[in-house]
Design a binder for this molecule. Structure first.
Ligand code: HPV
Length: 499
């Protein structure tokens, strides 16, 4: 990828000093300003081409609008829900996070809250400080032999599971993406939420906050739980509906809650915080020296790599804008292929989700993952016009991509891409890199040179039949290639083309 010039970065929160040091050592000017109001940030941001935040800085569309020079928003941490990623991406601002730096700290705090809930440690400590010695009031229960339901089995859910197993807890869980056979290897039996709720003595949530997870625990799901279930939220405020939680605590359907996060932070409504069976922290999941050092270092190194044109690790929302709607039209599939169109739709979604997602889409989970992320996917057939060739048309957020292909001698071939007809059918085998460019004599040597510099051998070159306007080209690459994705920005920058 081409280097991106970043000269001045604003760090608007308490980020580990190693972040500033690394950036400065690499020639970037750094200003630290904490506790800025929205208006302060709007007034200040125009002077910077980079911004580093944690969760407290709200990088809204208004802030992004005022950020005339901004090229990068670095989140020293995981959740980017305080950043309007769509508004940033549309403006060409890269948003990147450091998704693994605080996994262990978030998991450890979750375990701390589970243990504190079982033995009333915070309440007992407060009572001692008030001069009391009350051994009866704080009778607890063992964790041993109890069932822990983990909703969200990503990095943090996994670490919570393995730690709580060492206390003799049985761990069950649910995740729409991580396959059950994978979680089984770390001792978590997966099941539907309907099956999970009634079994749990404790429930902990480890999902992002998104439409499908907001209010995941609500009046209806609490009613399905065991009476006295205890819940923990160290993920995002709102995954457990706060009003429903208060009602469940009052009716004793919920026996206690450990909350590190709130819908509004700090919460103005103190009803939950003040409830005797609630223990709470001011969003401390990532607040350890180790997690902050990792996140501060990771975000600084990622920004430096980007400045040097090395890579875009941790970039969120690289799809030009958020995926909303994907329509797959299949024309002329023939009787036997018609039945495979569901499979082809899953394959399309793997390709589309792979670039922007922190999870790993595959043919089994891609449609579920799309649904979870609020993407509408539709599929249609019709009899096509081209004899013997089948056409696949994919429309993404209203922009269409059309491919026409066939099978020749048992090999699937591509005949046409977005109205650009190839001179020879392109065999759809091996590693192929497609790019769009205007025909010119230096095009082939410049692409060959670029691939050679990246250590990749070109095996074939397919040119379009027509020579006018933007046309699609395809190069076949040697099987030595490790990371096809890494080549895309290279070719894009060098040939000024779409890849
Ligand atoms: O990384 C995350 O998602 C967190 O919630 C941690 O937030 P913080 O960096 O402590 O403001």
């Amino acid at each position: 990828m081409a280097p991106i010039s970043i000269k001045r970065i604003l760090i608007s929160e308490s980020v580990d000093p190693c972040c500033k040091n690394i950036l400065q050592e690499n020639g970037i000017q750094v200003t630290e300003k904490q506790n800025m109001s929205k208006d302060d940030l709007i007034a200040e941001i125009k002077d910077y081409d980079g911004l580093v935040v944690r969760s407290a800085t709200k990088v809204t569309a208004d802030v992004i609008k005022a950020a005339g020079n901004l090229k990068i928003i670095g989140r020293a941490g995981t959740g980017v829900d305080n950043v309007d990623v769509d508004a940033a991406t549309i403006k060409g601002i890269i948003v990147m996070n450091t998704p693994s730096g605080n996994t262990i700290s978030a998991a450890e705090l979750t375990c701390t809250l589970l243990m504190s809930l079982s033995r009333n440690v915070p309440q007992a400590a407060m009572s001692m400080k008030a001069g009391n010695w009350d051994r009866k009031k704080f009778m607890g229960t063992e964790l041993y032999g109890k069932i822990l339901g983990i909703v969200g089995l990503g990095r943090i859910g996994k670490e919570v599971a393995t730690r709580m197993q060492s206390f003799g807890m049985k761990t069950i869980g649910y995740d729409p993406i991580t396959p059950p056979e994978v979680t089984a290897t770390w001792g978590v039996e997966q099941m539907s939420l309907e099956q999970l709720w009634p079994q749990c003595d404790y429930i902990t949530v480890h999902t992002p906050l998104m439409p499908s997870t907001a209010g995941l625990l609500n009046d209806t799901s609490f009613a399905k739980c065991k009476k006295g279930v205890k819940v923990v939220n160290c993920a995002r405020g709102g995954i457990i509906d706060e009003d429903a939680l208060l009602r469940a605590l009052e009716s004793r359907q919920c026996g206690g809650a450990g909350l590190d996060v709130f819908v509004e932070e700090p919460p103005k409504n103190r009803a939950l915080v003040n409830h005797p069976n609630v223990i709470s922290c001011p969003h401390l999941g990532a607040s350890t020296k180790e997690a902050q050092a990792r996140c501060g270092q990771d975000i600084a190194l990622q920004i430096v790599d980007m400045v040097m044109g090395k890579s875009l690790v941790g970039a969120c929302g690289l799809w030009p804008c958020k995926l909303n709607m994907v329509c797959c039209f299949y024309h002329n599939l023939g009787d036997c292929l018609k039945d495979s169109s569901a499979y082809m739709t899953s394959a399309v979604m793997v390709g589309l989700l792979r670039d922007g997602s922190q999870s790993c889409p595959n043919l089994v989970n891609s449609l579920t993952l799309a649904k979870e992320s609020g993407v509408t996917v539709t599929r249609n057939h019709s009899e096509g016009l081209t004899q013997g060739a089948c056409e696949v048309e994919i429309s993404v957020n209203g922009s269409s991509y059309r491919a026409t292909g066939s099978v020749q001698g048992g090999v699937p071939v591509l005949l046409e891409l977005n109205s650009s007809v190839f001179r020879q059918p392109v065999s759809l085998t091996g590693n192929l890199l497609f790019f769009k460019a205007v025909a010119s004599p230096p095009l082939l040597p410049s692409v060959t040179g670029l691939l050679a510099t990246a250590g990749v051998e070109m095996e074939s070159f397919s040119a379009p039949a027509a020579r006018s306007g933007d046309q699609w080209y395809c190069v076949g690459l040697s099987s030595l290639l490790g990371d096809l994705g890494a080549l895309k920005p290279l070719v894009k920058a060098a040939a000024q083309v779409s890849v």
